[in-house]
Write a protein that binds this ligand. Structure first.
Ligand code: NOJ
Length: 748
């Protein structure tokens, strides 16, 4: 009892800034600028520096931890933010350490990687990008925010908006693929979903645009590797999704691990201060990646922790994730005149501002409510949303002789290491998503759909990555008796993702060999893929009847896959990234430049000195934007509202899309533009619009896009972001290789 009384009186003391305990109503406090200025006027230099320190709790770590005197440090007010602590009760306990003990009782900020769901897991981000559906992506982020905030989380390190054109890089799985336009739309959708319309509500969380910048351009696809590129490529290709996140109001940024043209992003003043904070007027805060500040020593950019910390802070870094360099050295650098009070104040203000935005000064416990946590975990409508998005993420890559959809009374042999899997199906970076016992496997999905009388068998046949082959017999025997074989194969969940770079992106282990043996049976084979990156599937494309790319499809993945296989869901996803024919082609992406000797399929004698491979086509196996449906869509009657577009006018482009097949279906209608001549060369085409339409069997709809000169801007020869007068070609269709075309001229 005495202890409780003591705690209570400490809580009352803690209400110096209007803080109240959990069950009290929040109190009104001064407007942000005034409140934060008041608070900062009471802070010592050290206290300001400590706000810039993020510690890791004992949760998952992706590198070294902060040290073991974590609790004492929090009590002393020496920590601004905690990483990887989860759960309403747990985080309340940690928050109490700060607000009841530290001198100024400043609440902690709790961050966690909520990447594609918190408990209810959605498809991996590359999968969600395949939906080409910003509303679906926004919904997924909203659900994740509601669930995570109820679990005591204030801040997610998402979305990852890195443009990624190299499938050897495992982290392609975490982003929206290779395209600037799609990536920008989905960056904004994610920010809206996580942050909602009012950050001070207890069900909205801070989003974080990461990894700033050009992390996806790592040389040779090796994670954390060097990038080197022109300022023009950086600005035209890699920065726009970040800028879109800023425009959508994102409150935090994370710097990337890599260096760009000799300067690590963590200490990159041009990037963090000049571009982000000055040019884009970003008023939120920037966090380093995990020990990214210390890593500038290994980069050869800083000589020790103190040097690294002052370089980072001066460059515009506001918070040191886990590395301890700010905590241990910034005061010394301040005393030695290496960092100014203005720079410290600016960083501290940005951290306090986001805490204010979340309403933490009104009520530091506002996110810690166990009843709300219980009610908002795996809620039926969250699970329904996860199913819906998973269905929208499936991409049908091949469907020879319309093998799919399968008939429900067929005898089907499901084989492959992922046929009954509940573990891998939710993918990597799955936060607190439960796997075995919670995630719906393909087997469970099929049984949910077909019921107990289904004529189906399930056998792994081979391991996911090992080479044990003694399991093949049973699978083979069941395949022999079946009308059709469905092979569920792919990668291990953490094979893609961070530190998951590979030089070989074939189906791993013995899976391909097993497929080859099954092929010998002469039965129709459907390959259901689960993976986090494009795989090289040239053999499969030639030899397998149908291929369905399902990525890692989340908690309800098995249901979505079953409903797609049996036609209750007509697949409508499109690839957000090209699938190469072989690793040797990488990077292969649709919006490349033409070269002076483009290979356009010339005859043998003419093709020798063209930009081509002598042993492979230039084109990818499956291009960006590609994806089949069980029905067919025809495009016709392309019309442009004018042949001459003035700079201040709008061009309307309309096209008729008709469902000429046998099923109702959704189609992602895509608009591509080519700027024919520029003061610098321009890509062969670029996505400038897309719209998903639903068409009943036989139905026709007109889809209209609008373009203005703003949509045609790029960094010209003088590094001005502008459109240039001249000829443009447009292409409209269901993939980046669309052929229906028109032209217009942009005139002054
Ligand atoms: C390292 C990863 O690069 C980053 O994406 C992640 O947010 C942090 N670790 C925190 O877990």
């Amino acid at each position: 009892m005495r202890r409780r009384l003591l705690l209570l009186s400490m809580l009352t003391l803690a209400s110096g800034y209007g803080q109240k305990k959990n069950d009290d109503k929040s109190v009104k406090i001064k407007p942000k600028a005034e409140f934060v200025a008041d608070l900062m006027s009471k802070m010592t230099v050290e206290e300001k520096i400590y706000q810039l320190v993020q510690f890791s709790s004992d949760g998952t770590v992706t590198g070294r931890k902060s040290g073991d005197n974590y609790i004492t440090r929090i009590q002393q007010g020496k920590v601004g933010s905690v990483l990887n602590a989860t759960g309403a009760a747990n985080n309340r306990m940690i928050q109490k350490l700060a607000v009841e003990n530290s001198r100024l009782k400043i609440p902690l900020l709790f961050g966690h990687d909520v990447i594609h769901g918190y408990k209810t897991i959605f498809p991996i981000n590359l999968g969600m990008a395949s939906s080409f559906d910003p509303a679906a992506v926004e919904k997924a982020a909203r659900v994740a925010a509601v669930e995570a905030s109820a679990g005591g989380i204030h801040w997610t390190f998402a979305p990852m908006v890195d443009i990624a054109r190299d499938p050897r890089w495992g982290r392609v799985s975490e982003g929206s693929g290779e395209d600037v336009y799609l990536g920008s739309k989905l960056a904004a959708a994610n920010v809206r979903g996580f942050q909602g319309d009012d950050l001070s509500k207890n069900n909205t969380i801070l989003a974080c645009a990461k990894h700033f910048a050009a992390y996806g351009a790592a040389e040779a696809g090796r994670d954390y590797n060097t990038t080197d590129m022109s300022e023009r490529v950086l600005r035209d290709t890699y920065l726009p999704p970040f800028h879109a996140a800023v425009d959508a109001g994102v409150k935090t940024f994370m710097a990337s691990f890599n260096e760009i043209s000799g300067v690590p992003s963590t200490g990159n003043k041009h990037l963090l201060r000049d571009v982000l904070k000055e040019e884009w007027k970003f008023d939120g805060m920037v966090v380093s990646d995990y020990t990214g500040v210390n890593e500038m020593i290994a980069h050869g950019f800083a000589k020790d922790d103190q040097d690294a910390a002052q370089l980072a802070l001066n460059a515009g870094m506001d918070m040191d994730m886990v590395g301890g360099t700010f905590m241990n050295t910034l005061k010394k650098s301040y005393d030695e005149g290496k960092v100014s009070i203005e720079v410290i104040n600016d960083a501290c203000k940005r951290v306090l501002d986001v805490k204010y935005d979340l309403g933490l000064f009104e009520d530091p416990y506002r996110y810690f409510d166990e009843a709300r946590e219980k009610e908002n975990t795996y809620k039926p409508d969250f699970l329904e949303a996860a199913l819906d998005v998973a269905k929208k993420s499936m991409v049908l890559l091949k469907n020879k002789n319309n093998v799919l959809p399968l008939k429900k009374d067929m005898k089907i042999a499901f084989v492959g290491p992922l046929a009954s899997d509940e573990y891998n199906i939710i993918g990597s970076w799955a936060a607190l998503g439960e796997r075995d016992g919670r995630a719906v496997s393909v087997k469970e999905g099929v049984m949910n759909l077909l019921g107990a009388n289904a004529k189906v068998t399930f056998d792994a046949g081979v391991e996911l990555s090992g080479n044990k082959s003694n399991m093949m017999k049973a699978a083979y025997a069941n395949a022999l008796k079946a009308d059709v074989i469905v092979a569920v194969m792919g990668e291990r969940e953490n094979q893609s993702g961070e530190a998951g770079s590979q030089t070989n992106i074939d189906l791993p282990g013995m899976q391909k060999e097993f497929l080859m043996q099954l092929r010998g049976l002469g039965k129709p084979i459907v390959l259901v893929l689960m993976n986090g990156r494009p795989l090289t599937l040239s053999w499969e494309d030639e030899n397998i009847d149908a291929i369905l790319e399902t990525w890692w499809s989340g908690t309800r993945g098995g249901d979505a896959i079953a409903q797609t296989l049996f036609g209750d869901n007509n697949p409508n996803g499109k690839l957000p990234i090209s699938f190469p024919r072989s690793v040797g082609q990488i990077p292969v992406y649709y919006n490349h430049k033409n070269t002076g000797r483009p290979y356009l399929g010339q005859s043998d004698s003419e093709q020798k000195y063209k930009s081509r491979y002598t042993d492979s086509d230039n084109s990818p196996l499956y291009p960006f934007g590609y994806g089949l449906s069980y029905t067919k869509f025809d495009y016709s009657n392309l019309k442009l509202s004018t042949a001459k577009l003035k700079f201040n006018e709008k061009l309307k482009i309309s096209v008729e899309v008709t469902n000429t097949g046998n099923y109702a279906g959704d189609e992602v209608v895509q608009l591509y533009v080519k700027d024919v001549v520029g003061s610098v060369t321009r890509p062969v085409r670029e996505l400038k619009g897309f719209e998903k339409v639903n068409l009943k069997k036989g139905e026709k709809k007109t889809v209209t896009f609008e373009l203005s000169s703003d949509d045609l801007k790029f960094y010209n020869i003088d590094m001005q972001n502008t459109a240039e007068a001249g000829d443009f070609e447009i292409f409209v269709g269901g993939s980046s290789d669309a052929t229906l075309n028109g032209k217009f001229e942009l005139v002054k």
